[in-house]
Design a protein around this ligand. Sequence first.
Ligand SMILES: Nc1ncnc2c1ncn2[C@@H]1O[C@H](COP(=O)(O)OP(=O)(O)OP(=O)(O)O)[C@@H](O)[C@H]1O
Length: 464
Amino acid sequence: MSSEAVIEAKNISKVYLLYNKSEDRLKQMLVPRMKRLLAPVLGSMFPRLRQDKPRFREFWALRDVSVSLMPGETLGIIGQNGSGKSTLLQIICGTLSPSAGAAYSRGRVAALLELGAGFNPDFTGRENVYLNAAIYGLSRAEIDQRMDAIIEFAEIGEHIDQPVKTYSSGMFVRLAFSVIANVDAEVLVIDEALAVGDAYFQQKCLRFLRKFQERGSIFFVSHDTGAMMSFCDRVVWLQNGTIRAQGDPKQVCEEYLAFLYQKHTGVEPETPSAASAEEAVSTEPQQGPDVGPGGTEQAYNGWGQSELPPPANDRGFGDMAAEITGCQLAGEHGQILQVVTGGETCEIACNFKANSDLESVIAGFIVKDRLGQYIFGENTFKETASSPVNMSSQSVGEARFKFIMPTLAPGTYTVVLAIAGGTLEDHVQHHWLHEAIVFHSQSEINTGVLLQIPVKSTINAALA
Ligand SMILES: Nc1ncnc2c1ncn2[C@@H]1O[C@H](COP(=O)(O)OP(=O)(O)OP(=O)(O)O)[C@@H](O)[C@H]1O
């Protein structure tokens, strides 16, 4: 093992023997042995006894792969389905043995691989925490000491005392992640786990992982090139069990995306055209409420007419001199939008209440993707810079942001809402909500970009 690497996999190969029929496996075990026994006696009479025809074909899931993870490094593995990512991780974690090569690790490695791996389905969540944390070397007393933190992080409430066989996949991943987050690991190995949890928990895990990056190393498998680029120091691209490229995340991901794009050329993405986006802006409001894609019909929420729904989640911070009491993402006619496709007129609205006298109130929002990357946002500062909004204690306020929804890559998005006081450069956060609104994009983007905007394209070529 090289002097500094915390994980080193050297010349790893994994070959599976694939049999056409199940009985071939047994024949493969027995027949060559019988032939070897009989050949000395009968071999001269039956020359075919000396021949040994294999009844399987070899499938190389990995072939001569070497990777190392350095201290403090976050290494990403990308690749298409079946490229060997999980196989490599399992070998690194010691849950699968390689056909050739060897993997070593240094320090406490905590892994989140297959969902439910390492959990006993009949044990309760709490019992599984003891089981799992003990595997990572924690004593009973150490686990007792951390149990509250583990339960708090997982946020699965009373389910902690139910058998885990009753858990949803989301609850599983909450508990499993919570354990690995609390065992003082030096290295975390994570296989696409974040794709399973809900949007809130993904955000929470990402906040944890970003903090963990300051002290530990991470081995991270994902199909998500956005995650790789924002999160990893280095990326390895696996293709058919071998390393196709490795190095700078942006460069490797771009090569990978170019490869995928080439593979998919000919499939036209059905994204809204520039014309349809223009229509969305200029369309006159129709009479009565409209239920758009994913919309829930409800009366139009005009200013002061009705209360907005409470925030989807109350995680956040601030001095609470102002408090966000309600919010929504709505379509052009006030219908709440849970699903967007891009190109539709949207409005984010937010109700808030002053808990003390306030000066120069600013409201803002940020749309984040599931990895917590800020995609777009706006605040009211430029509207209020010349005539600041002041509030007296117990008064209420409302902010609205109207925009055309960009065509976002498919997935779940959350909206940060914040009420602050002061200026953009110098302000105090009264109330910041990490995930005040959750919505989903069902666009057809398949080119790996985060979002598409209406673009009018032309191409000219001179005749030879
Ligand atoms: N037990 C097994 N027997 C035979 N083939 C297997 C076995 N386990 C995995 N494979 C094959 O090995 C290849 C690599 O699988 P692996 O799960 O590592 O891919 P992956 O890159 O993690 O894929 P995904 O992104 O879909 O999870 C696949 O073609 C898979 O079918």
